[in-house]
Design a protein around this ligand. Structure first.
Ligand SMILES: Cc1cc2nc3c(=O)[nH]c(=O)nc-3n(C[C@H](O)[C@H](O)[C@H](O)COP(=O)(O)OP(=O)(O)OC[C@H]3O[C@@H](n4cnc5c(N)ncnc54)[C@H](O)[C@@H]3O)c2cc1C
Length: 466
């Protein structure tokens, strides 16, 4: 096996034994595995040759990019891991058509930097941006904090290049915004978690860079009041709210514990803390007036003042500098670190209609203790798009109890018209939910697609499909 792989990529790029340590566990160290080897191709042709070899030898292949996925999709016992990390070239950034053409191993933060150099942004962002790579981001259809305004990964990709499970290279690197020529295979591979092909490159959509941001921490009396704030801000700014993130009191307290020296957002403690950010591109909204105030900050403050008068906002702090804005983001982006500060965790990544979020959390206040009386929820939410990270620190070590927590959560979510998987994907951790909850006809159709494209079950077997 080593000889064959070495012949394709060269002996420096086939790793075994202790050299594979970096790839032997997931980011949250929930799963530990021993890949047979890690192979690091440099070109799409090499990826194709490896996939053809895997079919000839019946060797399972697990594609891996930044290894920050939170659903156990990179588990690789008895498989060869195919790392895209050497395919890290940004081929082109074109400002006239607002696109970036990048290879799958480019780190998300590097796409951000390349876009910003030309006064544009790639708006997809989340805590793992310094490690997650485009191949993994596309394969998990990642979301993050700006979905509210720009959509998730699916909305930000025009074309892809991928190696299919039989080793053929499918080049659909379209730069088009409209293309109705048959089935949309790009969207079939985005979010497929490496089960239907290995993404090797992508054409990404860029957006104009906001010329000014208004960022604030806001305390609201309730989640419905917070939703009212979101809707009023959208009206006042023409839909320019980029992030609307909910942190309950326990998040604030946990953050101050893991970050000594971090400060309370307000003088008093509140239960509903929102980090809101509005971004504007038009000079009329971004250029300071004679009093030095940036208009977008004024729009935000006007809405806040009005709601403060009505009692639907309790307190607010508007960032006065980039450093204050950064502090606000760091508090939010520490969510994964906070959740991981105590193990084990039961990780629920759920989506709900926006006006059902409060109902769900109220129901779970009663339901969770019925399943595990000592369980503690550690919640944070991309409230603007209805995505709650309903993580639970279980009181019990018993895996059956953990599964019962997950089952109770998904049951309540589904009753309210939600989904048990919002943005992290299925991997292996959500397989029981997939088995229990996914529409059986949809599941059957997915299995038929997998069987048609990957009859030898070579690509990321045992993931996504129960
Ligand atoms: C601190 C932290 C914060 C996070 N916040 C968010 C968040 O807000 N929103 C969000 O959506 N996610 C979030 N995540 C999850 C994670 O970062 C994303 O899922 C990310 O998109 C994964 O990218 P990756 O390169 O690390 O993929 P990996 O972990 O390497 O892979 C993820 C899956 O994709 C498959 N895969 C990888 N590369 C390819 C490829 N080239 N072709 C085909 N399949 C491939 C893998 O087999 C695996 O199943 C967070 C993670 C961390 C650690």
């Amino acid at each position: 096996m080593i000889k064959d792989l070495t012949a394709i990529v060269g002996d420096a790029y086939v790793l075994t034994g202790s050299d594979t340590e970096k790839w032997s566990h997931d980011w949250i160290r929930k799963y530990h595995y021993s890949p047979l080897a890690v192979v690091r191709p440099a070109t799409t042709q090499e990826v194709s040759d490896i996939v053809k070899w895997a079919n000839r030898t019946g060797t399972p292949l697990v594609p891996i990019s930044g290894n920050t996925g939170l659903a156990g999709g990179g588990r690789a016992d008895g498989a060869v891991m195919l790392s895209l990390d050497r395919m890290n070239t940004i081929r082109e950034v074109r400002d006239a058509s607002r696109i970036a053409i990048v290879e799958a191993g480019v780190v998300l933060a590097d796409v951000h930097a390349a876009a910003e150099q030309q006064d544009m942004i790639f708006p997809l962002t989340f805590g793992a941006k310094g490690s997650a790579m485009i191949g993994g981001v596309l394969s998990t259809n990642a979301g993050g904090s700006n979905v509210l305004r720009y959509g998730n990964t699916r909305d930000l990709v025009l074309g892809i290049e991928a190696v299919l499970p039989n080793g053929e290279i499918m080049n659909i690197m379209s730069e088009l915004h409209k293309d109705n020529s048959g089935y949309n295979l790009k969207h079939l591979l985005i979010g497929a978690e490496g089960t239907l092909g290995i993404i090797t490159a992508a054409v990404l959509k860029l957006h104009p860079k906001p010329k000014a941001y208004a960022t604030a921490m806001v305390a609201a009396p309730s989640l419905p009041a917070a939703l009212d704030l979101l809707n009023r801000l959208q009206e006042a700014t023409g839909g320019a709210v980029e992030a609307f993130e909910y942190m309950p009191r326990h998040h604030i307290e946990a953050y101050m514990q893991i970050k000594p020296g971090a400060r309370e957002p307000f003088d008093a403690p509140y239960d509903v803390n929102i980090m809101v950010e509005v971004g504007v591109t038009a000079p009329r909204d971004a250029t300071p007036g004679p009093d030095g105030q940036i208009p977008v900050t004024g729009y935000l403050e006007d809405v806040l003042a009005q709601m403060f008068e009505e009692g639907t906002v309790l307190d607010a702090v508007v960032a006065q500098s980039q450093a204050q804005r950064q502090d606000m983001w760091e508090r939010r982006e520490a969510a994964a670190e906070i959740a991981m500060s105590r193990l084990p965790i039961v990780s629920n990544d759920i989506a709900l209609p926006l006006d059902k979020v409060a109902t769900f959390l109220e129901i779970m206040e009663t339901r969770l203790p019925q399943v595990d009386p000592a369980a503690q929820p550690v919640i944070v939410a991309h409230l603007g798009d209805g995505n709650i990270h309903y993580t639970v620190w279980p009181g019990s070590q018993d895996e059956d109890v953990h599964d019962a927590i997950m089952e109770a959560t998904e049951e309540e979510v589904l009753k309210l018209g939600g989904s048990f998987s919002a943005e992290h994907g299925i991997g292996t951790s959500k397989l029981p939910s997939m088995r229990r909850r996914k529409n059986p006809v949809a599941l059957q159709t997915m299995k038929a697609i997998k069987a048609a494209l990957d009859p030898n079950n070579i690509l990321n077997p045992g993931k996504l499909l129960p």
